[in-house]
Design a protein around this ligand. Structure first.
Ligand code: BGC
Length: 758
């Protein structure tokens, strides 16, 4: 039953920080009496900011950063916890503490207080007694507030804790709160309190650290061996008043010191002041960092000190597995997965470390297919699509980051970015067979397509310079020789290619949802866009107006060329790759599709040469250089130039990890069928190549677990698969082997194919 929270006021402390400075984390408390035996009790909680709640001294729930991040001025989630066991007949107390979080702490480069001045809290406890009567305890002006030991807390800057300021048993009944202050009560009738249930951020795993330097003893560097999002829990014994400072960084300078320049203004620094007890434990509450190394300062030589890395991300369980005979590719897969873990935190962010950490639409669009192989991201994207709807401009434009508030001011983030509005729900539908995500967002997807038609295109050319002077982010971070961050591929070419793709997807979506009028309209629109693309960008011989790898990849991948010109275009793509001595030059936009395009057009060998390339620029170059996540830039670090521009150089950005989908789909050979989405019909299509001698993949699909493994045994290809109950499968043999398509029902199947080489 949905609770009515509209008459419960929000409460806050009287203090608020300023545009750049914060105040200590406020605590709130309230005592109440339950004079009968409790049958059931539920606590509904929300915050503008971040909350942690306690009842009678016990923490409620295990969410981190609840209630989450949304467009707070429009919608804020509330959570409901079953709390019967925490209550007792007689005196009880409920308490909460509030972090600034995204609501009023620093976000990206936008300073503090982007949604409001200070954190606010709302709670309603509903108790049903054994005798059937009901009682409610909600936030109201009788609650009291006090600052406590968290002297400052911010997602980007870090947290400062002074254990000498601890408040004792403040969430137990009978506590002396006579020095606490009254709270301020407010109503926010315009904000929707939304009971949506989606994967919250939780502590996911723990990492051990190695100490790198013994000297000097008051400045220590520790290595967790893995770049990740989270924070450090410490165990310490030191004299009262000792303050240790923990700084976080992704990499080290050549001299072994912590490299933090690429964090820009994110201080990423926590501190703990000891109260001088035998043993003290501490983990920050309302901050996280993106890091692999920490620097710990000011420990005395004789202090006892231990630290543990606490990995945080949205609770999207790992569902996929990929492995093959090339250990470097296995490390690449590991890095892709950890890039995902690090950046799927409330919203799909670009990076977890610097003063950015925003829900960049383009990055999410590029990576969504790979993401759905690695982890169960269905609920995560349901929630983010709801955010997307809230962030969509009244015109229909889709901003660059979601939630957007006022972080990036463009009305429409343009090709390959804004198209996340259409591509993400479509991909979730394909991977999970989830029609609801299409139903929920159809109006917003449609509105975006109409926006492009009416405001961003001229004669079906999207990002036409005459109607759209900016034209989007281009082929972001391409190394195509242009020397520009947005690459050389023309914006109108990228724009029109994605416009065609959008129209095609929308015609399918309209068909699926039974909007037949829309379906035929979008089919026609698609045809017209394809014709306009050909007229403007394709020569009669099959060459494109731009010779970049991305231009050819898009034209081929989105089926924009007449059948007979495709071989010419594919040959041109290969020519560019060969010219670069088998190196990739695509940016965010072309990267996800390049290997698939090569494979489809008869260049599987070239695809493998790119995938297995170890020299710069390539996927394996960072792997060879010790990366544990995916770098933002192909040239994040090179031997001759060192680190890239510190103004934009993350070592934990998942976009280039979009190659992961091809490893599952073609190297291992695990594919879905759009006609029977959600793996109701599985297509096993291993495409052995390169130096790889075996590969395997597994996936928890909505139908159950599926697996494929293959190995080369002399001239034979041995394949084994698992088809889950409720699914059926087709085996599609690779070229070069004797054999036909095979149809399989559920169960394990095995097949040996002979090479047709002789
Ligand atoms: C972000 C990206 C994003 C890009 C857009 C960068 O600052 O980190 O990943 O897509 O801007 O141009």
């Amino acid at each position: 039953m949905t609770p009515d929270l509209s008459s419960t006021p929000w409460i806050s402390s009287a203090f608020s920080g300023g545009p750049r400075s914060s105040v200590p984390v406020p605590h709130f408390r309230k005592e109440f009496k339950l004079d009968r035996a409790v049958k059931t009790a539920r606590l509904h909680v929300s915050a503008l900011g971040l909350y942690e709640v306690e009842i009678n001294g016990k923490r409620v729930g295990d969410h981190v950063f609840a209630p989450g991040w949304t467009e707070y001025h429009i919608r804020v989630p509330f959570q409901t916890y079953e709390v019967t066991a925490l209550l007792r007949q007689g005196e009880n107390a409920v308490g909460a503490l509030l972090g600034d979080g995204w609501y009023c702490g620093f976000v990206a480069w936008a300073g503090r207080q982007n949604y409001g001045l200070k954190p606010e809290f709302l709670a309603l406890l509903e108790v049903e007694f054994e005798d059937g009567t009901i009682a409610q305890v909600g936030t109201d002006p009788t609650w009291k507030t006090s600052p406590g030991p968290i002297r400052g807390s911010d997602l980007l800057m870090g947290e400062d804790y002074d254990a000498r300021e601890e408040l004792g048993d403040w969430s137990l009944p009978g506590y002396d709160d006579s020095a606490w202050q009254p709270v301020v009560g407010t109503f926010h009738p315009d904000i929707v309190l939304d009971g949506m249930v989606y994967p919250p951020v939780r502590r996911q795993e723990e990492l051990k650290a190695t100490r790198l330097l013994d000297e000097p003893w008051d400045l220590r560097i520790y290595d967790f061996g893995q770049n990740f999002s989270g924070r450090v829990r410490i165990r310490i014994r030191a004299s009262c008043g000792t303050t240790i400072v923990i700084r976080h960084g992704e990499i080290l300078n050549p001299d072994g010191s912590l490299y933090t320049e690429n964090l820009r203004s994110a201080r990423a620094t926590d501190s703990y002041t000891c109260k001088g007890e035998e043993e003290e434990f501490w983990e920050p509450r309302f901050t996280f960092h993106g890091f692999r190394y920490v620097e710990v300062k000011h420990l005395k030589e004789d202090a006892f000190f231990e630290l543990t890395g606490v990995v945080l991300h949205s609770d999207t369980p790992v569902t996929g597995m990929f492995a093959c005979s090339n250990p470097l590719l296995n490390q690449l897969q590991h890095n892709i997965l950890w890039g995902q873990k690090s950046n799927f935190l409330e919203v799909p962010t670009d990076c977890p470390q610097r003063d950015e950490r925003l829900g960049w639409t383009g990055d999410a669009q590029v990576f969504v297919r790979t993401a759905a192989f690695n982890m169960d991201v269905r609920g995560f994207f349901h929630k983010w699509m709801r955010d997307a709807r809230d962030s969509q401009r009244p015109s229909g434009g889709v901003p660059a980051v979601i939630p957007v508030r006022n972080f990036v001011g463009v009305e429409d983030s343009g090709p390959a970015w804004a198209d996340a509005m259409i591509i993400c729900p479509w991909t979730i539908y394909l991977c999970y067979g989830d029609k609801k995500i299409l139903e929920d967002h159809y109006a917003a997807m449609r509105k975006y397509l109409v926006f492009i038609e009416q405001h961003r295109s001229l004669n079906h050319i999207r990002s036409h310079p005459e109607v759209d002077a900016w034209g989007g982010f281009g082929d972001w971070l391409a190394l195509d020789g242009s020397g520009k961050v947005d690459g050389a591929t023309p914006r109108d070419l990228i724009g029109t290619a994605f416009y065609a793709y959008d129209a095609k997807i929308m015609s399918c979506v309209a068909d699926i949802l039974g909007h037949t009028g829309d379906a035929s309209k979008f089919r026609l629109l698609h045809e017209e866009i394809v014709n306009a693309f050909r007229e403007r960008f394709v020569t009669p011989e099959g060459f494109l107006a731009s010779s970049t790898q991305t231009a050819y990849v898009l034209a081929l991948h989105f089926d924009l060329l007449p059948e007979k010109l495709r071989p010419v275009a594919a040959r041109e793509l290969v020519r560019d790759i060969e010219k670069r001595n088998h190196h990739i030059a695509t940016g965010f936009v072309g990267t996800p599709y390049i290997l698939e395009v090569l494979e489809t057009h008869g260049y599987l060998d070239v695809a493998y040469r790119l995938l297995e390339q170890e020299t710069f620029p390539s996927w394996l170059f960072p792997v060879k250089n010790g990366a544990t996540t995916i770098w933002e830039r192909w040239d994040g670090w090179t031997p001759d130039k060192g680190f890239q521009d510190k103004g934009m150089n993350s070592f934990n950005h998942y976009a280039y990890g979009a190659v992961g989908a091809w490893m599952y789909r073609s190297v291992a050979g695990l594919e879905l069928d759009p006609q029977e989405p959600g793996y109701r019909h599985i297509v096993f299509r291993p495409r052995p190549g390169g130096l790889i001698t075996w590969a395997k993949a597994g996936l928890e699909t909505p139908q159950g677990r599926t697996e494929i493994s293959w190995k080369l045994d002399g001239k034979n290809l041995e394949v084994e698969v698992l088809v889950p109950e409720g699914a059926h499968a087709t085996f599609s043999p690779p070229t070069g082997y004797r054999g036909d398509k095979v149809a399989w029902g559920s169960g394990r199947h095995r097949l040996v194919l002979e090479s047709s080489a002789n």
